[in-house]
Design a protein around this ligand. Structure first.
Ligand code: CP
Ligand code: NVA
Length: 304
């Protein structure tokens, strides 16, 4: 298997690299002591242009559980590309740290960090992708389904960074995925074409629809915020368009859905109701826990 240099998007992984990461994440979760010194003596800078709860805490605690050390860097001591260039950030951090985890507005910033620096870069959310989330979500699905090539995953709501990463993960697994969005809110067209080509190679499908009925019979339905960080729209302007796409109890039962998934933070009574979010079919806390195990598998693979 080719050595992974960076982890910027799931699109960069082969099927065997993706499945190896899922297997490693399962082992890290089951046998934490085995990996407690894997990053001993290594330091990782975690860089944030945007807010975070899950990502910040799971990387900080996750790196400590691997015996490494993390340094949190927000924008208060000089914004990326403003006080100094993105390339100079990357070159300087590479002098001291063994890796960079970056949450950026523009995906191009992640790419620039990877190009200019000399250490592995992990994308912990950009406007285009959220690959750490996608890994955690497919780890969660793998814990529920023995054969991911046989599942139907539905994503409903706004086509965004999370959708893009799920599409690539589903494609690599050969799953069937349907993405249901209001008109004008579909995922990026180029990403759809790329994911469809990968799905076809692995016996999966990726279809798009405006009709929530397209999610019928899905093993899991996934939703995310209707307004992502960095989006320049107001809730009042979009709420009517998105209302039919809310995941609620009647949608779950009418469509015969298995599990509910959400990356969080959730906006209760917008994209999902409290009853579904907290209900028996909800995997949301499993997904949140699995962020740490999936990311640790990525860090071990890049730096271990
Ligand atoms: N799901 C996720 O990335 O959560 P945070 O924005 O809180 O890190
Ligand atoms: N799509 C959301 C995900 C948050 C974890 C955003 O980018 O804000």
């Amino acid at each position: 298997m080719n050595k992974l240099e960076h982890f910027l998007t799931i699109k960069d992984l082969t099927q065997s690299q993706f499945l190896a990461l899922i297997d490693l994440a399962k082992d890290v979760k089951a046998n934490p002591a085995k990996y407690s010194q894997t990053l001993a003596g290594k330091s990782i800078v975690t860089l944030y242009e945007k807010q975070s709860l899950r990502t910040r805490v799971t990387f900080d605690i996750g790196i400590a559980k691997l015996g490494g050390h993390s340094v949190y860097l927000d924008q208060n001591n000089g914004a990326l590309g403003k006080r100094e260039s993105v390339a100079d950030f990357a070159k300087n951090i590479s002098c001291w740290a063994d890796g960079i985890v970056a949450r950026t507005f523009s995906h191009q910033t992640c790419e620039e960090l990877a190009q200019a620096g000399t250490v592995p870069v992990v994308n912990s959310l950009s406007d285009m992708y959220h690959p750490c989330q996608g890994m955690a979500d497919f780890l969660s699905l793998a814990e529920k389904f023995d054969d991911l090539s046989k599942i139907k995953l539905a994503y409903i709501g706004d086509g965004n960074n999370v959708t893009h990463s799920l599409m690539f993960a589903a494609a690599l697994c050969g799953s069937d995925m349907v993405v249901v969005c209001p008109q004008g809110c579909f995922p990026d067209g180029q990403v759809v074409l790329e994911a469809q080509a990968i799905a076809e190679q692995h016996g999966g499908t990726l279809t798009l629809s405006c009709d929530p009925q397209a999610a019928k019979g899905a093993d899991a339905i996934y939703t995310d915020t209707w307004i992502s960080m960095g989006d320049d729209v107001s809730y009042d302007d979009i709420k009517d368009k998105f209302a039919p796409y809310q995941v609620n109890e009647s949608m779950m039962s009418d469509l015969g859905i298995g599990y509910f998934m959400h990356c969080q933070p959730a906006h209760i009574d917008q994209e999902v109701t409290q009853a579904v979010f907290d209900g028996e079919q909800s995997l949301v806390l499993r997904q949140a826990e699995n962020r740490m195990h999936a990311q640790n598998a990525v860090l071990i693979t890049l730096l271990g």
